[in-house]
Design a protein. Structure first.
Length: 132
């Protein structure tokens, strides 16, 4: 007889609140405290792909990003060092520890490509512009 897993699969329609997502992003922004240690967050937010893996993925897919442990990591450009997730079901979050910034965008519109819709990019751009 099949038994349900002890923990639900986060990639299978995890549900949460905007407040919980903000608390999670802020926890990562603080280096993991009080849930994770700094080393774990450092590994999660560091580029984990080899040069060969990046070559196979192609620059169009990665688009200045790479992959940490469970999230994308910005590796090029003015936002290098930021990390987060663009979820195909209409959500995105970005944490930029260099600028002490968290941007969360929640919509009910599925992504039509591997890249987030313009509204996600535009809201992130507006947050960065507001910093000056």
């Amino acid at each position: 007889m099949e038994q349900a897993p002890a923990f639900g699969d986060g990639a299978a329609g995890l549900l949460s609140t905007a407040d919980d997502l903000l608390a999670f992003a802020c926890m990562l922004l603080r280096g993991g405290s009080p849930v994770l240690d700094e080393h774990a967050v450092g590994e999660m937010t560091a580029d984990q792909l080899t040069a060969s893996q990046k070559e196979q993925a192609g620059t169009g897919f990665l688009n200045g990003r790479s992959w940490g442990l469970c999230q994308s990591v910005v590796t090029e450009g003015p936002r290098a060092g930021a990390f987060g997730w663009d979820g195909g079901f209409g959500t995105s979050w970005l944490v930029d520890p260099v600028r002490d910034l968290t941007v969360i965008v929640l919509t009910q519109r599925m992504f039509e490509s591997p890249h987030p819709p313009n509204v996600h990019v535009e809201l992130q751009d507006a947050a960065y512009a507001a910093l000056g």
